[in-house]
Design a protein around this ligand. Sequence first.
Ligand code: ME8
Length: 672
Amino acid sequence: MAKFYITTAIDYVNGNPHLGHAYEKIGADVIARFKRLAGYDTFFLTGTDEHSLNVARQAEAEGLSPKEFCDIMAGRFKSAWDKLNISYDRFIRTTDRDHVATVQDVVRRLNERGYIDKGTYSGYYCVSCERFIEESDIVEGKCPLHPSRELEWVEETNYFFALSKFQEPLLKHIRENPEFILPASRRNEVVNRIKEGLQDVSVSRSTLTWGVPFPKEIDDSQVVYVWFDALINYLTGAGYVPGRDEFGKRWPADLHYIGKDITWFHCVIWPATLMAADIPLPKTVFGHGFVTFKGAKMSKSEGVVVDPLKVVDSLGADSLRYYLMKAVPHGQDGDFSFEGLAEAYNSDLANDLGNLVNRTISMVDKYFKGQVPSPTGVSEPLDDELREVGQSAVRNAHKKMEELDLTSALGDIWTLITAANKYIEDAAPWVLAREGKKERLATVMLNLVEAIAKGVVMLSPFIPEASRKIWYVLGLPGKPEDVRWDENLEVANLLPGIKVTKTGPLFPRLDMETSDFATGEFRLAELAKEKKKEGKAKKADSPEKNLRSAEKEEAKKGEADVKDLISINDFAKLDLRVAEIVEAERVEGTDKLVRLEIDLGTEKRQIVAGIAQYYAADELVGKHIVVVANLEPAKVRGVESRGMLLAGFTEDRKELTLITVDKPVPNGSKVS
Ligand code: ME8
């Protein structure tokens, strides 16, 4: 099986994950999921870049050691990506022990080969970029990317990497391997800059202590410069073994998926380092564009930040994933707006996709008692057209995905969703039902289910949660990810006899008047921008405190998972009971809530639980769960809830599991 090793940039942890970070991780995740579907043995690496000067300063401002600070922040990044369903195989941290060993080994290798030399550095440093800025790049005394931040003058005795020796080898490599830098526009920028000449670059810092220590035998007073350390994470993630030439079945990387601001590091410094160390080069570096907010780059230091998690809490991960992949075209910048997000949600997800699925399922339910009919052999040109659109969508989207043009692939997949909606209108199943044309009706329903199933397989890299759910309510076996992309053409074989499950709206329509979007709660970025305009923004040079004190306490204790202790008397106040679920139904107008009727032996009562994304209503009936029976009643979205069920997340936090009993006990039994 061919392998595919994909990496993202590793994020600085001096601020919370923002929408720009999320965009990159989602893009890489869509590619990784696609490659798995296409049959590649895929390994997906992401993580955090922790040895920056920014981090050291931020930790100090919070009264924590850099490592304590990084533990908290890395946790936030990891849980953000879990929430967005990023299917990484390893979350690497540059403070991981194996990574430190890899970095030291690479430095040793370069030193042995004569590519590292001591020298004196003097020049300007941008702490936001964590890079030395050449005089010719300085704009009005500032870094061009961080105009609100002062540059810092640095004069140090450092170790330098002999980048200047690689001008010709790099140009040759890029010439002979046009796929090395994508998209082509980035390649031209890089080539032009290389032609201007390459200077040796500093790879150590002598005035910092927060970093990977330089190998002792070379110099024990220096640490490795953060960028040099960071790039090497790609080797660590591939299973690099210090001291061995051959390592890992994953290297060379097939794709480094990174932002356009860091192409210089990835397309020049990184390949030169690998050439010097005699390690094969990655196949492709793809420099994606930026997500902007009202035209400005999302950037913490510039005060333009949209919190992706707030969007997820309100509309779900799939909505954000879908919108970002649609709004930021292949390799280019794209603007994020709340209006755009709401529009894409309502019009594409709720109307086009959600309605298509709900209407189809309702009709199979009504006309065929929920059982998808078998082929009848009666087919019309209309049917062939729909099938043709489906086959082309599978082929075209495949090609676009291989080209990493995710936005166009999404467009190709949508041609099938649009065609299926049109097919309903043209075939008018309700007329066929009225006229008693049962055979024709069967063909139409089968074709619709086939079109949806095909669409869902292709959509699963983009909107994995909804895709799984649609697959489930269609009654298809397994998960859409289990179907290989090229087998998708034969998805029809899976259909006859499957039994659909009626469900509430997959994407309940968003009411622009009453939703969170209208409340201002979401408009953090806008507010930050306004504040900045008024000159009230925090001084960028003074590290802003952003940790909650409880997080700090936990970090210091080093026991992040242990909560405050309670006494046995406190515990005794809880009335935990076993209850049987006797009825379950989705709370109308919500996508998370389920109303349950539970039997507590002596009484029946109603509780409301936020578990609809993890359990279909039918699945719940008959389960014996554990509830907190003496919780004071509350209204959830206007529905009374008298009690609370207990549940926990699975290890990857992707599934919720109810706490149930594993031997029969009477309803209402006390749990203690
Ligand atoms: O550069 N839109 O970290 P970082 C799209 N630690 N992508 C964006 C973006 C935006 N508005 N803002 C940032 C670093 N990014 C280094 C990387 S890799 C060995 C070391 C992207 O936290 C950015 O281009 O500043 C980069 O690819 C990633 O987010 C991390 O940025």
